[in-house]
Design a protein around this ligand. Structure first.
Ligand code: MOS
Length: 707
């Protein structure tokens, strides 16, 4: 089944877990009905740096229903902090950011726990905190894990070029805010612990919990069958998980801890603020000769995280001279982490705005300028791209969008009070397959065969259940309703996490290989030869078995290493800018993606729509604002952290470029989780420039910046 026509794969089948979800039967982490469970609520610091000089828990302890108040004074000592992000698990009185977890109250009810946290009296000996990035930016230094890159001689090429631009682009801190906040239930049985936990990868969480409590990994079970979004924030294990397990150990009962929406802003990561200087130079004909992408950002004092903003500038355009650098400033904030297309989404805003500026400088159509500067070889490593849909996506998108109606000159398209503009951006995201095992259990009654495909995968609402079932149905020759899927449990074969867009490729290839393995073994067992591929029903009958089980350990083949494997896309936006108020409305988005095999037309389209909506939010409204006096976020609800609602979004047209790329992996899947957001903000910003003649280089593009 490695290539050619597929019957079930690719179909726009509705989510097989959809009914469970809409009827409320799908259990998310804290939904699991656990007997005798009690509730926990976090106490968070109200200073950004210092030491707790006194913490008085007596009032809280006497409050009705309270079972325990745990602080650094009485918390069990942990064995380690491996695989754990964000620091602060009550081991010491040190405070490193506003909102750090400094205590946990456990009570019979959620309300009792929450109320009692207010009775915990904390005094601090404050120290100087670094919370103002812009003021301290000059102190940023090369990260300990450098990813600077260069080729040729950028400075010479740039200085001698006839056409050049040099601009700096800024993006604010953003927060993930998945629909389901981070939450867990912990239940101990002797020295074994089970956690029902919202997780993008149960294997990683298992490792972190085992490390924290000095347990063997097999004594830690993570259960996470349904996850209400993650976007990277659930890709690592944050202290809330360890604190849930710690509390359960202390009180000797199962403990539930669900973060509130407000907690989410300083408990589980964020997208860091990036300041990106872009320099691009071309020859007289518009061929790029030099490109530099220099990022200055911040991390936390508790750890280092630097998103790879310059990754795209290194590989998208065929510049012989390039320079990619990073500088990072440790600050007293929660540790930044992966957020949907970490680096590529923010990096593409800078790169694709700069490309648009360069095209404008050259008086060249921005699509033509891009096409002139792409090649089928990755300039960052000299490897050929396994496939690259940039040209096809730009051309198809231009046709769908009606790009030919665009006026090259800004402010040339007006309708009453509105200035109308068209913008475009290209994008990319790496395509990878991570090692994943899967097993298939087959059961036959007469000529009725059912299959259960099992692997410790995650479904963040993306459609993992459905595409794994489609893969198995296709491979086994079964109708999809005969295939069940079990995921999200560390007792199942180990699988990659759902992050970095590796989920679909890793899970489906493993499922396919496990099913193919069952077919091969059964055929050998049957002792027969077949001219056409037999179905699993025929094989089980021929082999005279009613139960059968097979397993595969799948990983990316060696061929992929010889190539540069990426998904590519193009985004188009039409904006209407109110000339009097500066309000921007995105009337239309067109998103065209080449991401190899599209496993499910419906869920894939939804993924791209999600990326587009987020990109519009990134362009126009999303911004987390830190109060420089305290280091807390003043934007900590959806009333002030603005994400697009239905009325903020216009038409979204989604198309895929058909690709058969079996270099990237056997099934030819590149992944679409991240690429959908890449380039969207730049397309909007470029459209705003086309509409108004005003270039906004710091997101979000709020009305004040246009007046
Ligand atoms: Mo993604 S930001 O790797 O969940």
């Amino acid at each position: 089944m490695a290539s050619g026509e597929t019957k079930v794969i690719g179909q726009g089948i509705s989510r097989i877990d959809g009914l469970l979800k809409v009827t409320g039967a799908a259990n998310y982490s804290v939904d699991f009905p656990i007997k005798n469970a009690v509730y926990a609520f976090l106490v968070k610091s109200t200073v950004a740096a210092g030491t707790i000089s006194d913490i008085d828990t007596t009032g809280a302890e006497k409050s009705p229903g309270v079972i325990a108040v745990i602080t650094y004074k009485n918390a069990p000592k942990l064995a380690g902090q491996g695989n754990l992000k964000g620091g602060a698990i009550l081991q010491e009185p040190k405070v490193e950011f506003y909102g750090q977890h400094i205590g946990i109250v456990v009570a019979e009810t959620y309300e009792q726990a929450r109320y009692a946290t207010r009775l915990v009296k904390v005094s601090y000996s404050k120290s100087d905190a670094v919370v103002d990035f812009d003021k301290n930016m000059a102190k940023a230094a090369t990260p300990t894990r450098s990813r600077d890159a260069s080729r040729g001689d950028f400075d010479t090429a740039f200085n001698s070029a006839p056409h050049k631009i040099d601009f700096t682009y800024e993006t604010p801190i953003e927060h993930h805010n998945p629909m389901e906040p981070h939450a867990a239930i912990a239940e101990w049985d002797g020295d074994k612990v089970t956690l029902y936990n919202a997780s993008q990868g149960v294997g990683g969480t298992q490792g972190a919990v085992a490390n924290a409590f000095g347990l063997k990994p097999e004594n830690v079970r993570i259960i996470s069958p349904h996850v209400g979004g993650g976007f990277g924030s659930k890709g690592s294990t944050w202290p809330n998980v360890i604190l849930t397990a710690m509390a359960a150990k202390v009180v000797g009962r199962p403990v539930k801890l669900a973060l509130t929406r407000q907690n989410m802003f300083n408990s589980v990561g964020l997208r860091q603020r990036d300041v990106q200087r872009m320099r691009i130079a071309t020859d007289a004909g518009g061929k790029i000769t030099a490109i530099a992408h220099e990022t200055t950002t911040h991390t936390a004092t508790t750890g280092e995280f630097v998103e790879g903003c310059g990754g795209l500038a290194n590989m998208m355009y065929d510049a012989p001279n390039a320079k990619i650098t990073y500088k990072v400033l440790p600050m007293n904030v929660i540790l930044p982490t992966f957020m949907r297309a970490p680096g590529e989404s923010t990096g593409s805003f800078a790169l694709e705005s700069a490309i648009d500026e360069m095209a404008h400088e050259l008086k060249m159509d921005p699509i033509e300028f891009r096409l002139k500067n792409i090649s089928m070889t990755d300039p960052s490593n000299g490897k050929p791209f396994s496939s690259r849909a940039t040209e096809a996506a730009l051309k198809k998108g231009a046709e769908m969008f009606g790009w030919n109606k665009r006026k090259q000159e800004p402010r040339a398209n007006r309708n009453g009070d509105y200035l109308i503009g068209y913008g475009v951006a290209a994008g990319s995201y790496p395509a990878r397959q991570a090692g994943t095992s899967a097993q298939v259990k087959l059961t036959r009654t007469g000529n009725d065969v059912t299959a259960s495909v099992e692997l410790a995968a995650a479904d963040l609402g993306t459609g993992t259940y459905t595409i794994v079932a489609q893969t198995a149905a296709e491979t086994l020759g079964l109708p999809i309703n005969k295939v069940g899927v079990k995921i999200g449990d560390t007792t199942l074969p180990r699988a990659a996490g759902s992050g970095g867009s590796v989920g679909a490729a890793s899970y489906c290839n493993a499922a396919s290989e496990a099913c193919a393995q069952a077919m091969t073994e059964l055929q050998a067992k049957s002792g027969r030869q077949y001219f056409a591929t037999p179905s699993i029903v025929e094989l089980m009958q021929a082999a005279n078995v009613t139960e059968y089980q097979a397993r595969a350990d799948a990983k990316q083949g060696p061929e992929a290493q010889k190539y540069s494997c990426h998904a590519f896309n193009a985004n188009f936006a039409e904006v209407w800018v109110n000339a009097s108020t500066g309000m921007v409305r995105v009337a239309r988005n067109v998103a065209v993606t080449g991401a190899g095999k599209i496993m499910n037309a419906k869920t894939a389209r939804s993924q791209i729509i999600g990326g587009t909506v987020w990109g519009v939010g990134m362009a126009l409204t999303e911004e987390s604002v830190l109060d420089p006096r305290w280091g807390n976020f003043v934007t900590r609800t959806f009333a002030d952290y603005h994400i697009p609602a239905n009325l903020d979004i216009g038409e979204i047209d989604v198309a895929f470029i058909p690709e058969e790329d079996h270099i990237v992996n056997k099934l030819g899947i590149k992944g679409i989780g991240e690429v959908g957001i890449v380039g969207v903000a730049a397309a909007v910003a470029n459209a705003v420039f086309n509409a108004t003649g005003k270039r906004v280089r710091d997101l979000p593009i709020t009305p004040d910046k246009l007046l």
